[in-house]
Write a protein that binds this ligand. Structure first.
Ligand SMILES: [Fe+2]
Length: 209
């Protein structure tokens, strides 16, 4: 059984710097009928657990530490036994939501995660947050971009711990170098491709967001 990508959208809030906003998040599930991996346990552990079903959940991968991407991770981990993985540079963001809980293990640039015969390579792509990562699955022709790259441009860099020149560097060096037909599966909103976004890099730099 070949690996596939499943998707659900969950709703909740994102809080940072004293503000709170309503958000819809993409939750991505990569796997087959036997095992799977969740990318960003956002908002709704019940809905994600239902989508996982009776499959073995090998890991809960956090693209970054913003609370809308990790708020359901401990609950999903508790009910499935799956480890929660986060890049250590985002631990301070994680701690704002989960002060008494540690992620299970650290993500590192170049690390490979394997599920259902598919390899996902961790790309450290700081800028939206210091510990933001993307996950590239060449065999599936896709990259899971979290909040680093969206349809139409980079992720937000206006709040604490973000940096625009840094996200541009990450996108230029780590994402736009992927094959143009790579499908970009984002943390919020619609998917896109590397080839559709790459021509717009200079516009983003000129406008500054
Ligand atoms: Fe974010």
């Amino acid at each position: 059984m070949a690996a596939r990508v499943e998707h659900l959208v969950t709703s909740g809030t994102f809080s940072l710097d004293g503000g709170t906003w309503e958000v819809d998040n993409n939750v991505w599930i990569v796997g087959d009928d036997a095992e799977c991996l969740v990318i960003d346990a956002a908002h709704d552990a019940d809905a994600i657990a239902a989508a996982v079903g009776d499959r073995r959940l090998v890991a809960i991968v956090s693209t970054h530490g913003h609370d809308d991407h990790v708020d359901a991770a401990p609950a999903l981990s508790a009910r499935t036994g799956a480890p929660v993985l986060l890049h250590p540079d985002d631990l301070m963001l994680w701690k704002q939501k989960h002060p008494d809980i540690e992620p299970t293990a650290e993500l590192a640039d170049g690390q490979t995660l394997s599920v259902a015969g598919v390899d996902l390579t961790v790309l450290h792509t700081p800028g939206h947050s210091p510990g933001a990562v993307c996950l590239h699955a060449p065999a599936l022709g896709t990259v899971f971009s979290g909040d680093t790259l969206f349809q139409g441009g980079p992720g937000a860099t206006g709040r604490s711990f973000s940096d625009f020149p840094t996200i541009i560097e990450s996108i230029r060096e780590r994402l736009l170098t992927l094959p143009p037909d790579t499908v970009v599966r984002t943390g919020h909103g619609d998917s896109t491709t590397i080839g559709d976004e790459a021509p717009h890099l200079d516009e983003w730099i000129a406008r500054g967001h």
